[in-house]
Design a protein around this ligand. Sequence first.
Ligand code: SF4
Length: 162
Amino acid sequence: MFVLLRHLGRVRREIALPRAQRCGSLALRHVDAGSCNGCEHELAASANPYYDLQRHGLGIVASPRHADVLLVTGQITTRMVDPLRRAYDAMPEPRLVAALGDCAIGHNTLGDPAQLAGPLEGILPVSLRIPGCPPTPQQIADALVDLMLSSRSSKIARCGCP
Ligand code: SF4
C-alpha cells in the first residue's frame, strides 16, 4: 500500500497539471448526445487516480441543477436536442457548455446525417471545445483545468475568498 502511494505521488509530480487552488472548482454534468463511447472512455480515464480530476476540484455531478458546466460528447442527434436544452435551462447561472470530441464540435460524420442536428454550437452557446477523436485523458484534463482556472477569478468575486 505504501509503495503504491509513493508511486502515485511520483506520478502526480511528473504530470504537468497545475495544483488545485482554493475557490477553483467546477461541477460537470456530462451528457452523451450520440457518441460511439470513445469519448466517454477517455473522460472516465481522466478521472482515474493518474489524472485525478477531483484533486483539482473538478467533479461529475448527476444533476444539471448542481452543475457549472454542461459537458457534451458525441454527435448531436435530433432526439437529444430537447434534453440538452432542458439540461441547460436547469443549470444555475453562470453556466458554461463544453463540447468534448470532434463529434460534438461538428467535425465528424458519425451516424446517419438525417438523424443529426448539427454541431453543438448551433444549439447551445459553447465556451470550450476539446478536439480529438477521441481527445486523450491528458487533453481533457488540461482543457478542463484551464477552464476552471479561467473561471476562478469570477468565482472568487462571487464567494469572496482571498
Ligand atoms: S469524437 Fe470520435 S471517439 Fe468521440 S464520439 Fe465521436 S467518433 Fe466517438
